[in-house]
Design a protein around this ligand. Structure first.
Ligand SMILES: Cc1cc2nc3c(=O)[nH]c(=O)nc-3n(C[C@H](O)[C@H](O)[C@H](O)COP(=O)(O)OP(=O)(O)OC[C@H]3O[C@@H](n4cnc5c(N)ncnc54)[C@H](O)[C@@H]3O)c2cc1C
Length: 408
């Protein structure tokens, strides 16, 4: 198979995201693998590869994590890292798409994944500014107050706490003029680059080998082993191989069920003066295209949205300026504050699926090869779900929710 035929190759982002300028995002990595055979090879060293590697690593077993670029520096460094259990597809919509029981399970699983991720970060002592937040989902042109009320009721039925706020409560408590909102718990935010790097450093410290600038270009089953080739002509084998290559997914997994689009984000200068409540909340709106925003610990406001279906329009410099200006003025309109000239503006490829759920599991037609992909606005939460599902599959078990996310 010729080079670049195995996974899609993209420029994942345009312009420098905020997190690329933060400390503790480096991961020591080698330039060539020490061995020819490993128990597990994880391809991709972003947040999904970092969480999968952490979940799969066992003392005494060999693991290699490879990336064709630098670890952390793919989509993960561009993430705005609102770590939400709220899936982009509202529960009432998802119930119509995949049935009530399955939709409820997907939402419940997502909530558990946020809690589990919080536990991992705390137990490993990863310093990444992870903080628990409430989420405020405000009415927009996709969902008005009636639909949000029904959505809050559906979530409550599924056992996921959600409180509908009417316009008066929204105005009094948040000074937001919308017809309604849903207030929920179980969300968080973090520095996604520090989170990814911290996880990778931990797994490397526990014995996993990390190699950067090594591209995987071919893949075969040979007996019980998975054999992979690198662009440098090296042949490696492993018992299990997991592709965590984000929006540069395995070409064999291309499908009308998911697509790559474009998205934009900005970060204000430090020390702007947002309303006090915003420090403990994530905000997003039920509109298309939507706006979402949060603050970080340095007092910056981070906002994003304005998604476009075109898979490469994020590469346009003109659009970067125009889209981020739109985001800035939408923030001003919603919160009544001027965040000033953004210090960072960036754009990136983004993935969406028809259901809003990720695709996770065994790659059809192959043995012991797994992939995690199709992440949208919940990429970090879904990466945690992926880590749990892949760990169960590799260890010979079956995750009770694996059917919700599998390929095919
Ligand atoms: C602007 C923006 C905002 C976002 N906001 C949020 C948010 O608020 N909350 C949230 O949860 N999610 C958000 N997301 C989504 C989330 O960031 C992504 O889902 C997540 O970062 C994807 O991580 P990953 O590890 O799968 O991919 P990546 O970080 O891209 O890592 C994949 C790695 O695989 C490597 N690779 C690819 N092919 C090969 C190969 N053949 N051989 C070797 N290596 C290879 C690449 O070099 C890359 O480093 C956002 C995304 C963007 C772009």
């Amino acid at each position: 198979m010729p080079i670049s035929e195995l996974t899609k190759e993209r420029d994942l982002r345009q312009s420098k995201p905020l997190w690329a300028d933060t400390p503790r995002i480096g991961v020591r990595s080698g330039t060539t693998p020490d061995a020819d055979r490993y128990d597990t090879i994880v391809v991709g060293a972003g947040i999904s590869g970092a969480l999968v590697a952490h979940a799969l690593h066992r003392p005494g077993q060999s693991m290699l994590v490879v990336d064709r670029s630098e670890p952390v520096m793919g989509s993960s460094v561009a993430s705005t890292a609102m770590i939400q259990h709220e899936i982009d597809t509202p529960l009432i919509e998802l119930r119509k798409m995949i049935g009530r029981h399955a939709a409820d399970r997907a939402w419940q699983r997502s909530a558990r994944a946020v809690l589990r991720l919080e536990e991992i970060v705390s137990s490993l002592g990863i310093s990444c500014g992870m903080a628990r937040k409430q989420a405020l989902y405000v009415a927009g042109d996709d969902m008005g107050s009636r639909a949000l009320k029904a959505e809050a009721a559906a979530r409550e039925e599924a056992g996921i706490a959600a409180r509908f706020l009417g316009p008066t409560e929204l105005r009094n408590d948040y000074a937001i003029e919308r017809t309604g909102a849903i207030l929920s718990d179980i969300s968080a935010s973090a520095n996604p680059a520090q989170l990814t790097a911290g996880l990778l450093r931990h797994t490397s410290g526990a014995g996993a080998e990390i190699v950067s600038h090594l591209e995987i270009t071919d893949l075969r089953n040979l007996g019980d082993e998975v054999v992979i080739a690198t662009a440098q002509g090296r042949i490696l084998s492993a018992r299990n191989v997991v592709f965590c290559t984000g929006y540069e997914f395995l070409k064999s997994l291309e499908s009308p069920k998911h697509k790559i689009i474009s998205t934009w984000a900005l970060a204000s200068a430090k020390g702007i003066d947002p309303p006090d409540w915003l420090k403990s909340h994530l905000v997003w709106e039920a509109s298309d295209p939507y706006l979402y925003l949060r603050t970080d610990r340095d007092g910056r406001l981070i906002a994003g949205g304005e998604d476009e279906d075109n898979p490469i329009s994020y590469q346009s410099k003109r659009k970067l300026a125009a889209k981020t200006e739109t985001i800035r003025s939408k923030v001003e309109k919603l919160l009544g504050i001027d965040i000033g000239e953004p210090e960072y503006r960036w754009a990136a490829a983004f993935g969406t699926t028809v259901t809003g759920l990720p695709l996770i599991g065994a790659v059809p037609g192959m043995r012991n090869v797994y992939a995690v992909m199709g992440f949208g606005g919940n990429g970090i939460t879904f990466s945690q779900i992926a880590a749990e599902i892949i760990a169960a599959a590799v260890n010979g078990g079956k995750d009770p929710d694996a059917d919700l996310f599998r390929f095919g």
